[in-house]
Structures are given as C-alpha cells and as structure tokens.
Design a protein around this ligand. Sequence first.
Ligand SMILES: [Zn+2]
Length: 310
Amino acid sequence: MNIYLLILTLMLSSCFGKKNFLSEIRSQIKINDTKNIISILSSDSLKGRDSKNKGYFKAADYVINYFKKNNINPLYNEYKDIFYSDSIKTYNIVGTIGEFLNKRKTILIGAHLDHIGINEIGPDSVYNGANDNASGCVSVLQIGSFLSQFKWDYNIVLALFAEEEKGLRGSYNLASRMKKESINLEYVINFEMIGKEMKIGTNKVYLTGYKTSNLAQEINIVVPGFVTFFPKSKEFNLFQRSDNYPFYKAFNIPSQTLSSFDFENYKYYHHFDDEVNNLNIENLNAIIVSSAFFISNFLNEKTKITLNAH
Ligand SMILES: [Zn+2]
C-alpha cells in the first residue's frame, strides 16, 4: 500500500475507533443504572454509611457484590483492605480489572464510600451523603464495569475508601500498603461530589491540585472544556483534603480529585438533605461518561500523566 494511503487509512481508523468508543460508552453507561446505584448507596437503610453504626458495612457488601457481578477481581486475597479506626475494624474495598501483574504500570480510580452517619436530633436523622460521596462511588462502579469488558496494558485498581470523613484514614492505609508492596503506580484519579452541576455550566468539573500535573490539559484534549480551573480549590487547599493526597505523599505521582462541588451550587453539604432528589442525575451521568471516555483514551494511547516541576 502507498505509504500516504496507509497513513491516511490509519488516521481515519483511529478517529473512527475513538468515536465508536464514545458511542459505546454512551450506550452502556445508562442514566437509569446511575440513578439506581446512587439511590441504593444513599438510602436511609445504610444509616449514613458510618462504620460505628454498621451502615458502612451494608454499603460495602453492596459494592463487593457489584464487583463480583461485573467481573472485577479482588486485588488482595479478598476485596477487603482491613484496618482499625478508633479500635473499630473496618476496610476499604479494593478491586482490580483483569489479571494484576506485579511489574506492570498501574492506575487507581477511587472515591470514598463512608459518610457521617446519623444525627439523633432533627426531623430526618440520616445523613444520606448522596452527593458526598455516593456520587463519586457510582462513578467508580460504572467506569469499572465498562472497563472490565476489555483487556488493557495497565493494571487498573478500583478503590472505595473507608473513614475519609475521619481524616482520610482508609486512603492513608491503602497508599502505605501499596507503597510497601512496590506497586508501580502511575497516577490516581479520585471522584468527590459530582452530583450537582457547577455554576458555570453542565458537564464540567474541576481538578484539585490543578497545577501539580498535566492531567487537566490531557483530559481537555480528549474532552474539550471538561476540566476547569477553580480558584477556591487552591484557596481552601482541597488538594490535601481528599483521598488523592495520601497517594501523592506516598508515591510522589500525579494524584488528583475531580469534583463539581463549587461551594455555591449545593447547600446540603454534610446536611441530612444531601439526598438523590436534590441532585442532577443527568449531569452526573454526563460526567461519568466523559470520565470513562478520557480514562479509556489514556489507557489506549498510553498517555503520560506526569508531575509538573515546582
Ligand atoms: Zn467527601
């Protein structure tokens, strides 16, 4: 074949492939499933997903069953990464897609599953935590089940963290464990509060630690305009306030949180009205689709995500 024709054919086929991927993601990550999963994870019966009142463990059982049904394997000999928090035995849920090969490059996709439990006083005692952070969890589950259908050249770890609300305890535990095991971790993408559209528009998020790496720029190449710079993130030092941070500290790699909570778009933060009915599920699903697309693209193209010099 003529070399120019060959190049043209390759270019066309890769564009076509990309487009097809997006339409496949769109048809598979369905708004009804997103709504169903987030509704279960934030229902009153899970009592605000606290380990003290055992509600957390019900949520964890749901996630483990979801992993089993979707062909997502345990990273360790079970799905639980056990640790103690104020003398209570609790655990992160950690899955992996396909076979985990020790030396292979690894990415981690995470969100915290725990929330702040119940309040004895007040008309509605359950802190449902639909936005904080059932919205992040449903993203990890939906993206994980999509990715689990294919073979990748990377290890993909899915982590649902415990005890974030008590000071990132679950992610500190897993980060130091993975560090000790010399896991070849390349980057971490953490989801936190993406259930309500940002004031500036729909299907948009910000990244904490925007300038720490090229992640925002690389995402915007795949999904133009998806990631915005959010000045308050820096002002409030959000980079250090979610489960991305322990991995950054332990591995010195790009590790950032993706969020759409802009402090003005949602008045139910840590409030008992943080419920599904107050969220924008259509926008949440759009964010999940965009995220699944950029992640699969990164994996396909072996995109290098690296720390910026500082
Ligand atoms: Zn949170």
